[in-house]
Every structure is written in C-alpha cells, then in structure tokens.
Write a protein that binds this ligand. Structure first.
Ligand code: SER
Length: 341
C-alpha cells in the first residue's frame, strides 16, 4: 500500500513555514516537502520526508508518483515579482513549467486513484494590472474578473497558471478517445501582500511592509522603496494559512469559482510607518521611491473584493489592522529578535 500524503512544494519558503507548522500540529498529517533549499529543522521535524530538489526535475516527480498516494498538493514554489524581473525567462520556467509538471503529476495521480487530487495554488494580487493611479483609486475593491492585465512576469505567470488549473480540471485532453475520467480539483487564492512575524520574504514587491517592521525591531536603518501614499492590501501569515486550509476543506459543491480573492486590511506605507514608529520609536526609516518597483505596486489594486470567498467557504480573517500589528506582529517580532540577540 502506498502512503496517503500531502505534498508541499516551496516548503522552505515563508508560506511553507506557516503551513507546515500548522499542519504539523495534527499528528496524522503525512507531509512530503520539496524545496530547492534544505528544509529548516523547525519544520523538517513535522515532515515524513523532506526532499531537496527542483520541481523542474521530472524524474524526481515521477519517483514521487511511484512511492506515494498524494491526496492534496499545496504548490507554493514560485519566484516572486521583483526577483522575476531580473531574469524573466528563468522565472517563467520555474513559475509556469514547474506548475505544469505538478499539474501533470496531479492528473496522473487522480487517474490512478480514481478520485480527484486537490491542487491548492496560491496566486496573487500581481495577477491584476491597473493602468494608472487615477484608475487604481477609482477602481475601489477589485473583483476577481476585473483588471487582469498584469505588468510583471510573475503576475502573468500566476494568471496563466490559474487558467492552466482550470484547463487541467475541466478540459484536459478534451479530444482524446481515452479522455481522463478523473482530473484534478483545482482551487486557487489570490493573496494580498503577506506579513509574517517569523520569516521575511525574498524577492517580492510588497516586501516593504515586512521589511520595515523587521528592520525596526532589529534597530537597522531601512529605506522604504515606495511613496508614503502607496496603498496595497495586506494580510498576516496566520490568516493566509487559515485561508489555504479553509479553501482546501470546503465542500466542492459550495465553490462557485476556482480562483478567489481574500483580504484583511489595506494600509498606506505611511500608516505602516506610523504604527512601526510608535512601537519602535528608535526606528530609522526613510522613504525613497524606487521608480520601477513603485510602478509595479501602483499597478496592483489598493483593495480587493473577497465577497465570493466569504459567501462560498465562510472566509473571514482573524486579524484586522489593529489586531495584526498589536496582537501578532509587534509582540512576536519583538520577542523573536530579543531571543536572537
Ligand atoms: N508578495 C508578492 C510579491 O510581492 C505578491 O504576491 O511579489
């Protein structure tokens, strides 16, 4: 008998840390983790197997099919928006070809098992692209089907992979005589900028928020790369993990779409600055807008409409802006750097 497992790619990233720590609380969870980096010890202890490897390695993925019965895939591996602009073709390879490999693996597993493997895919506000600041302001809360003209390689990759997920679920090899009887159950969330108290992101464009607070807590000077009036939706990591797990466990009949917005609060960079400054009065933060990264953030919505997620699977964040900073971020980050000092 092959073991029934949950497969997590990009396991050593920010979201992987949050998800594995949460799933690991459940002693029955059998987690297979893949990352190009070795898995940190604090999460490796929760995994049945941690594999250092590349999602572009189809031999590696083939071996997984042979060995495990995969119930759910959380495909978290990705090159984020800023990093992707330094090498767009490599980003495309990892973000799109990597996803394609996992989708193929999921379809194959679904056929073997005679039931749909769940494929949980974090997408992003980067899938949106608003043409200018006036439009951004007037657009208000953007719904899932609006303003889908992303300007970054990462955003384009995310939007395209959402479509690939729909294709693999509903139309895969639609003309084949032996058309698959069981395909995948693809579910995706467009996340806002994420802020974790225990890890820092690498290579994103919403990183100014987590960078500002983590630098302040360590008493390191920080130059914020966006204008003070820049507004984006954000969410703390515990809520992002909660959203992934809620969507994963939602009854299929309740889902009216495959891709959902979620959100919790939408501060300006200046509002974040003021909160951070009052918690860490010594913080040395200045704003010096980097024109190209600013343009990326300006193309992302200031707010998104998550009505569909609230209605279909009961989405509701645990942390509003005050709770996010006062109950989670500031105390946990403060503690973290005291312990590390
Ligand atoms: N946080 C991501 C980035 O900045 C957006 O999803 O690239």
């Amino acid at each position: 008998m092959r073991k029934e497992v949950i497969l997590i790619t990009g396991a050593n990233g920010e979201m992987g840390h949050g998800l594995i720590s949460q799933l690991g609380q459940n002693a029955d969870a059998q987690i297979i983790a893949i990352d190009v980096q070795p898995l940190d010890n604090d999460i490796a202890k929760y995994c049945t197997r941690s594999i250092q490897g590349d999602i572009l390695d189809s031999l590696l993925l083939g071996r997984l099919i042979a060995e495990f019965e995969i119930r759910t895939i959380f495909h978290l591996a990705s090159i984020l928006s800023t990093k992707a602009e330094y090498n767009p073709e490599t980003a495309h390879k990892v973000n799109v070809e990597g996803t394609l490999n996992l989708l193929r693996l999921a379809v194959e597993q679904s056929q073997w098992q005679g039931k749909s493997v769940k494929f949980i895919y974090p997408s992003s506000i980067a899938a949106y692209g608003l043409p200018d600041l006036v439009t951004k302001e007037q657009a208000g809360k953007v719904r899932e089907d609006e303003w889908l003209q992303p300007i970054t390689m990462y955003g384009i990759n995310k939007l395209y992979c959402e479509h690939l997920g729909r294709y693999y679920q509903k139309h895969y090899r639609q003309l084949a005589v032996d058309k698959a009887s069981h395909t995948i159950d693809f579910r995706s969330i467009r996340f806002p900028g994420l802020i974790s108290a225990v890890t820092v992101p690498t290579g994103g464009t919403s990183d100014y928020a987590p960078e500002m607070i983590h630098s302040a807590a360590q008493n390191l000077p920080y130059t914020c790369f966006v204008r003070p009036d820049t507004r984006l939706p954000f969410m703390v990591m515990p809520d992002a993990i909660k959203a992934l797990l809620m969507l994963e466990s939602a009854p299929k009949n309740n889902l009216s779409r495959q891709v959902y917005n979620v959100t919790s609060f939408s501060p300006t960079a200046d509002e974040i600055y003021k909160i951070v400054k009052s918690a860490f009065p010594e913080a040395q933060i200045e704003c010096c807008s980097h024109s190209n990264r600013q343009a990326i953030v300006d193309s992302w919505p200031a707010q998104v409409d998550d009505t569909a997620a609230c209605r279909d699977w009961g989405w509701m964040p645990d942390y509003n802006q005050d709770q996010a900073f006062n109950d989670y971020l500031i105390p946990t980050i403060r503690q973290r750097y005291i312990q590390h000092s």
